[in-house]
Ligand binder design. Structure first.
Ligand code: AMP
Length: 247
């Protein structure tokens, strides 16, 4: 689902579901688009595509940890450090974060998708700088729902927003070309974000932006050497269902 008002991105969501669940899921998405804190959607597009079940792979979610910080500047400094721990040069992290904070689209607004940033040159790699790259075709495995919800309930985090962000982060971290993903929301009332990587899991940072700000987004830090088109195609189209973390 993709909802917008003029050029402004309001909301998006993607699911990977059995046919029997389509009606309920689309109705939840429609409600979300119609009652969004970023504004009332004028245009709402649904795209439904069949995915043969034999193409769907099953993986485990990343481990989930949460870091407390006093305020968003401290959160950003911590996020930069977490990405730096994965070997990305500090100047590249700082520049990419500044672009995200300033509104990564050419109009200085949030994009629908993610920025791709080279860990070698710091350059933006996504072909469409207005749209970004939108990760799709991921969800919880239907047999995993209860296990995952029980885990999240123990952490006091059982809500759809956390589940969606967690599955997205876990899919992105599957690709060895991605060193790390950084995210903070474009919802003005949601200030928690995360750094995710195959190496260190999904590291939530409790405050990553100022309350009230509508500028958010995702950065995928991409190491050189791989085939970029192939990575983008996997991010967009490879269907993956997730179970709870393996340990
Ligand atoms: P959200 O976490 O839904 O508040 O989204 C925050 C930002 O992350 C959005 O403004 C987009 O730039 C980006 N984003 C959201 N969903 C996706 C997705 N499926 N794939 C890539 N980027 C996304």
């Amino acid at each position: 689902m993709r909802a917008s008002r003029g050029e402004k991105h309001i909301s998006g969501a993607e699911r990977l579901l059995e046919y029997s669940l389509l009606e309920d899921a689309t109705s939840v998405m429609l409600k979300r688009a119609l009652n969004h804190v970023r504004g009332k959607a004028e245009k709402i597009c649904f795209k439904l595509q069949p995915v043969p079940s034999r193409q769907v792979s099953k993986r485990n979610l990343l481990n989930l940890t949460t870091f407390e910080v006093a305020d968003w500047p401290q959160g950003r400094a911590l996020a930069a450090q977490l990405i730096g721990n994965l070997g990305v040069k500090s100047s590249i992290v700082q520049e990419a974060m500044a672009q995200l904070a300033g509104g990564p689209s050419p109009a200085g607004e949030a994009m629908r998708g993610a920025m791709l940033v080279s860990t070698e040159t710091g350059q933006r790699l996504e072909p469409d700088k207005t749209r970004g790259v939108r990760v799709s075709r991921m969800d919880l495995d239907k047999d995993a729902g209860q296990r995952v919800e029980a885990l999240l309930t123990d952490m006091g985090l059982n809500n759809p927003r956390v589940i969606e962000a967690w599955t997205l982060a876990s899919k992105v971290a599957l690709y060895p070309q991605v060193v790390a993903a950084l995210c903070w929301s474009d919802d003005p009332d949601y200030i928690t974000g995360y750094v995710a990587s195959a190496q260190n899991g999904n590291q939530r940072v409790i405050r990553l932006k100022e309350a009230g700000s509508e500028i958010g987004g995702r950065i995928f830090f991409v190491r050189p050497g791989g085939d970029l088109n192939d990575l983008i195609s996997h991010l967009q189209y490879e269907p993956v269902l997730f179970d709870a973390p393996s340990h």
